[in-house]
Design a protein around this ligand. Structure first.
Ligand code: NAP
Length: 249
């Protein structure tokens, strides 16, 4: 799909990987809906950056908690109201609440699965009538190498991210006839607020297991998302961008 003039909804576009995706798509000339749940200021900063890039790219911020199906619907409705259509959906919003299974409570399980897996269905469900009517679309689900390999203390997160890979392949199978591609991106450890929470000692240990020898940057993932959108023959794929860590797990 050509990014120029295309309308993209990026969930969790206010910070980290999502913010880098919004900027990358804006550079390509897309009209970007920057979704956030609580970070209004950072979302507005992303909007300002995209609007300054020029070259046709423009952006608006839309608040919606996409773990709530009604708010996910509202997000897509507002995108259509603003720009007339939705060509690209990037299901990027995610969270983690880490604990080993002996300490993991039901609330932490539900909260992570509700946002990281169920939320992706809610947005896809809301956008589907528009994309099928248009007979075109590109959907990218942000999974994780943890969904492929598992990780100590992340049963809830890895289950949600692994579930997203099955969801991606099934959606890709069902929607190919409508000229809609659906792909997953699996980042390794990327420098964002999410990984800032890891204690320094643990970060050093993790870094030693990464063949490339360092954490990735949000822009590394944004480039992969752009590739998934622009390549019109790739669907049902999992794009690993992880510095090689998956080979070590
Ligand atoms: P982050 O820095 O913590 O940012 C999370 C984003 O999600 C924020 O924009 C946040 O917006 C938004 N968000 C949180 N809850 C939301 C909700 N209920 N509804 C809508 N938006 C919500 O995370 P990140 O590191 O950039 O991660 C982005 C995605 O990549 C996630 O799916 C994550 O699982 C995945 N990932 C990250 C890494 C990594 O190493 N960083 C590795 C693999 C996969 P507000 O601040 O407004 O809530």
């Amino acid at each position: 799909m050509n990014l120029q003039g295309a309308v993209a909804v990026v969930t969790g576009g206010s910070r980290g990987i999502g913010a880098a995706i919004c900027e990358e798509l804006g550079r390509g000339g897309a009209k970007v809906v920057v979704n956030y749940s609580g970070s209004e200021g950072p979302a507005q900063e992303v909007v300002d950056k995209v609007n300054q890039i020029g070259g046709g790219g423009e952006a608006v911020a839309v608040q919606a908690d996409i773990s709530d199906p009604e708010e996910a619907q509202k997000l897509i409705d507002q995108a259509v109201e603003q720009f007339g259509r939705v060509d690209i959906l990037v299901n990027n919003a995610g969270t983690n609440i880490d604990a080993t299974l002996d300490k993991l409570d039901v609330e932490s399980w539900d909260q992570v699965v509700q946002l990281d897996l169920n939320g992706c269905f809610y947005t896809l469900h809301a956008v589907l009538p528009h994309m099928t009517e248009q007979e075109s679309g590109a959907i990218i689900n942000m999974s994780s190498f943890v969904g492929e390999a598992g990780n100590m203390g992340q049963a809830n997160y890895s289950a949600a991210k692994a579930g997203l890979l099955g969801f991606t392949r099934t959606a890709a199978l069902e929607l190919a006839r409508n000229n809609i591609t659906v792909n997953a991106v699996c980042p390794g450890f990327i420098e964002t607020d999410m990984t800032d929470a890891i204690p320094d000692e643990m970060k050093e240990k993790i870094t030693k297991t990464i063949p490339m020898g360092h954490f990735g940057q949000p822009e590394d993932i944004a480039q992969g998302v752009r590739f998934c959108i622009e390549n019109e023959y790739m669907t049902g794929a999992t794009l690993d961008i992880n510095g090689g860590i998956l080979m070590r797990t």
